[in-house]
Design a protein around this ligand. Structure first.
Ligand code: F0G
Length: 458
């Protein structure tokens, strides 16, 4: 007997119509947008894979929680429900809400990071790195090197290299290291997970040196799914048990609730130490709002609490991650190169291998993003030379090792038929891949140019 296929553990109660423009219209729209996908009007996009952040579909339970939101300025019962849920799932006694993930970074780092500090981690996310560098501190990437030969099958490419971490601590000294940040799953590395063993080992190193360990937890539930399904000893544990053990190794967490809490906006900091919490409260109040709402409405906190419970259910995660895997398989079956294994939230198409004739300084991943919109109305995002930006001092381009088009899949939003359109679009481009030429930038902002840069075809 064959294995039963999976299906989503939900059915659709409300739909949002999508409109597919004609190919001619799409070609005109992207040209008018100066070939920058951020400049498109979202309505002109058929399948929007720009991000999985804040784009998920809430459940009926979450929508009804919205109606029960308590909008009291102080002591809202929705805050208490959110806090209780976080304490129950992650084990942290102190919770400070923020309006999204980067706000949690801003508040926590204001209280803990000073000029000249060093923050080791596994390929810190852009905003995390931004908030570190803004304080004239340095993020040091200690991610493991994975040999090419085993890269496709490595189960935990987000792991921190213990030797690199120890070397970093030895080089700079623990006084300069206010925390280690472990990102679960690692977005910058392609949505690649971190093993429980690695969390345990990193925690032991931190404990030995007296350095706090903080998890950037945006996709913690997806990470827990990978631990359960890939790591020995966790097959028979529930996702909630895995989550509880993961966070038992951390002193604190920052959370962008727009991902694994399946809400459209929101975030928080959770901590074990009362003194750190109190220090954060001061900045939380200045930047975000009083400590029981911090930039969120009561209803949003109520929906967030419900979302955390749902995203830590195995059946939900199985359908979610299987869909990402499904898209990955459709694409690799066409012979198109992607980062493997597929990450938890996105497929990353290797644009350098796709368009070997286009040099990185002519932005092959941007070319692929534009082409995919033209062919199928799909919007991805460039994670390559445009995003890597210029060297702040020499102002030279600094092409990264990987030139990728990220296709991030919103939670509970699209069907596998949508995934087929994405793969079909890529196939159209693949079949005439030699005919594509690069792009050049005609205008760019001094920093974070990818959002607003204007391009012309070469
Ligand atoms: N940490 C990680 C790992 C992230 O992926 C993000 C956001 C943040 C922190 C910041 O959270 O957006 O709520 O302020 N990632 C989004 C993305 C933007 O598209 O990957 P935020």
């Amino acid at each position: 007997m064959s294995k039963m296929p999976y299906a989503e553990p939900w059915r659709v109660k409300m739909v949002e119509p999508l409109k597919m423009l004609s190919r001619e219209e799409r070609v005109a729209k992207i040209k008018a947008a100066s070939f920058n996908l951020f400049n498109l009007v979202a309505e002109d996009v058929f399948i929007d894979l720009l991000t999985d952040s804040g784009t998920g579909a809430m459940s009926d339970h979450q929508w009804s929680a919205l109606m029960m939101g308590d909008e009291s300025y102080a002591g809202s019962k929705s805050f208490l429900a959110m806090k209780e849920t976080i304490t129950e799932l992650m084990g942290f006694p102190y919770v400070l809400p923020t309006h999204q993930g980067r706000a949690a970074e801003n508040v926590l780092f204001s209280a803990t990071i000073k000029q000249g500090d060093i923050i080791p981690g596994n390929a810190h996310f852009d905003t995390t790195k931004g908030h570190i560098e803004f304080r004239k501190a340095t993020a040091v990437d200690c991610t493991i090197e994975v040999p090419e030969a085993i890269s496709k099958n490595h189960p935990f490419k987000g792991n921190i290299d213990i030797d690199k971490l120890e070397a970093c601590i030895a080089q700079y000294g623990k006084e300069k290291i206010p925390m280690v940040i472990h990102t679960v799953t690692c977005n910058t590395g392609g949505g690649q997970p971190v093993s429980m063993q690695n969390l345990r080992e990193v925690a032991a190193v931190c404990k030995k040196h007296g350095i706090p360990l903080v998890f950037d937890s945006a996709r913690f539930a997806e990470n827990a799914y990978f631990i359960k399904t890939r790591e020995d000893g966790y097959q028979n544990k529930s996702i909630k048990e895995v989550v509880k053990e993961m966070f038992s190794y951390a002193d604190g967490m920052t959370m962008s609730a727009k991902k694994d809490a399946i809400v459209n906006i929101g975030g928080f900091i959770a901590l074990r130490d009362e003194k750190v919490y109190q220090a954060c409260c001061t900045f939380g109040i200045i930047f975000e709002g009083f400590v029981t709402y911090g930039g969120m409405s009561g209803r949003d906190m109520a929906a967030l609490a419900a979302g955390l419970r749902e995203s830590t259910e195995y059946d939900y995660l199985h359908a979610r991650i299987s869909q990402v895997e499904y898209l990955g398989k459709l694409i690799t079956d066409l012979g198109i190169p992607i980062v493997e294994p597929a990450g938890g939230h996105a497929i990353y198409v290797d644009a350098k291998a796709f368009f070997p004739q286009i040099p990185q300084t002519h932005y092959p991943a941007q070319v692929l993003g534009v082409a995919l919109y033209e062919e199928a109305g799909v919007r991805g995002v460039e994670i390559g030379t445009v995003l890597a930006d210029r060297d702040p001092i020499s102002r030279e381009e600094r092409p990264p090792k990987l030139e990728l088009l990220r296709l991030a899949i919103p939670r509970r939003v699209y069907t596998n038929n949508h995934m087929q359109i994405v793969a079909w679009g890529l196939q159209q481009i693949w079949e005439k891949r030699e005919s594509y030429r690069g792009l050049k930038i005609t205008w760019e902002a001094p920093i974070m140019r990818h959002f607003t840069a204007l391009f012309e075809r070469l």
